[in-house]
Design a protein around this ligand. Structure first.
Ligand code: ADP
Length: 272
């Protein structure tokens, strides 16, 4: 392609340095261009299936020239809703990937917020034959965060736990404060399920957009394949990170780490 330029480096002087820098920049441009192309291809692929389903149903209705049964309208409506969610997810994901996600950060009591969301989804979990629990070792656990985005992260993880755990399973949410290396304090919340798990070799791709373990199975579960990418980018935008541990047929734990502002960086005694 246009960007396939790689100048051979022969000299070790300034010329060599300039040429190496040039080659390096060309490589990075090419990577960005490849990423953009992949995104467009992925989006086209994801939109194609629901669109052709709707097209077929509408054409069928037209050809028979008959009254459209309400259940068909319902299914069409479901597809439209799914497409709308996909477009919305893609929009926030592209903002987050570009580092342009606007965050409305305020002090947020994670224990109260998580407990509230757990209560909100408990019914749905129980309807799926799942038991839910919430435990917090301290309260309040206060972080500086955009409540709406962090809630979204939590909901994405909970929704997956419900989706990928068979009847009779358990979902436990734990919130705690941890001190990691260099005395950095983190608020950590984890979502553990007793579900189908994820094979070790799939874990590295898990946060890639549209990545699904065993495509056919996940396609029917109603997700967009963007939930974990969005969670990853939202958490990173807060200066945090996500860890995952999983064992096939036993279950999965996702843990979100959010930095807790340390009080001594605020105090007057701090001299850097
Ligand atoms: P989806 O909309 O397909 O759920 P996600 O980005 O949320 O997309 O998740 C990506 C894939 O990771 C899922 O398709 C599924 O294969 C796998 N996955 C996510 N969470 C879990 C879980 N708790 N247990 C097992 N597999 C999971």
């Amino acid at each position: 392609g246009d960007l396939d330029v790689n100048v051979p480096v022969r000299s070790k002087d300034e010329y060599g340095i300039v040429i190496r820098t040039f080659n390096d920049m060309t490589l990075r441009l090419r990577e960005a261009e490849d990423a953009r192309r992949r995104l467009v291809a992925d989006v086209a692929h994801e939109l194609r299936t629901p669109l052709s389903i709707m097209q077929l149903r509408l054409e069928n209705a037209q050809q028979t020239g008959q009254y459209v049964p309400p259940e068909m309208l319902l299914r069409l409506h479901d597809e439209v809703i799914r497409l709308g969610l996909l477009v919305e997810d893609l929009h926030v994901l592209s903002l987050a990937e570009a580092g342009r996600l606007a965050l409305d950060c305020k002090p947020l009591d994670l224990s109260a917020r998580l407990e509230q969301v757990v209560e909100d989804v408990r019914m749905e979990a129980e309807e799926n034959g799942l038991e839910m629990s919430f435990r917090s070792n301290a309260r309040p656990v206060t972080v500086t965060a955009d409540a709406r985005r962090i809630t979204q992260v939590f909901i994405n993880l909970l929704t997956n736990a419900i989706r990928y755990t068979p009847k009779g399973g358990k979902i436990s949410v734990v919130l705690e404060e941890k001190v990691l290396e260099r005395n950095a304090r983190y608020a950590c919340f984890s979502v553990t399920d007793t579900g189908i798990g994820i094979p070790a070799e799939e874990l590295t791709h898990l946060f890639d957009r549209f990545y699904r373990v065993e495509k056919a199975r996940s396609r029917h579960s109603g997700g967009t394949g963007l939930g974990l990418s969005i969670a990853h980018h939202f958490v990173r935008a807060h200066g945090g990170f996500i860890r995952v541990a999983s064992e096939p047929d036993r279950g999965t734990t996702f843990t979100v780490y959010l930095p807790v502002p340390s009080s001594d960086t605020l105090g007057p005694s701090w001299s850097g």
